[in-house]
Design a protein around this ligand. Sequence first.
Ligand code: SF4
Length: 218
Amino acid sequence: MILRRLGTPPSLPELQREHRACHRCVDAGFITRAHPVFSGHAGQRILLVGQAPGPVETDQTRPFAGRAGRVLMRWMIRAGFDDESDVRQRVYMTAMTTCFPGRKHDGSGDRRPSAREVTLCAPWLDSLLATLRPRLIITVGSLALSRFLPGRRLDDVVGGAFTHRGAALRGRPREQAILPLPHPSGQSRWLNEATRLALLDRALQTLRRLREWTETDA
Ligand code: SF4
């Protein structure tokens, strides 16, 4: 791992180059083909972490390029981004596992990565956090939430913002902030209740405020 070898965070291009060459999950027998999907560049102050790419994202090598991505982009525009290209310009996008995990055995959707796959991919996310040092981390879905706010449920956190220690954030952040969103995938049933739509509204208002903060110098 780059971090262990050098003792300091790698440059982002170096990290991305090594990440793209990763095939740990193939070696471990979880997938037949590694094709890491993430996007972003140095200087971006917002990091968005999803669950895992799907087949469309893999074909295009672009996170959130499919149907769930279109929903996510509509949410981001509601939170104050101009359009999809503005989102992609401002937000580094990655996932808890960055290769498509394949379909479920019953064909009812994409497979949720196992805990072991998440562990195998975690060093890439750890290195990215050390290198990019984002001001705002947006978690998308329950798997990403479990990494940044372990033990918390979407119902308890969507609408709020948190410090990296898990404390509720009040007022203007002084340090890195975490904003949880539900997953926009049609596979997620979380948004089927009207009360949760209200939580999403509140989350997008919070995101608007935090997005503005990420653009300030303080
Ligand atoms: S999911 Fe992550 S750890 Fe697994 S092969 Fe892809 S990049 Fe490597």
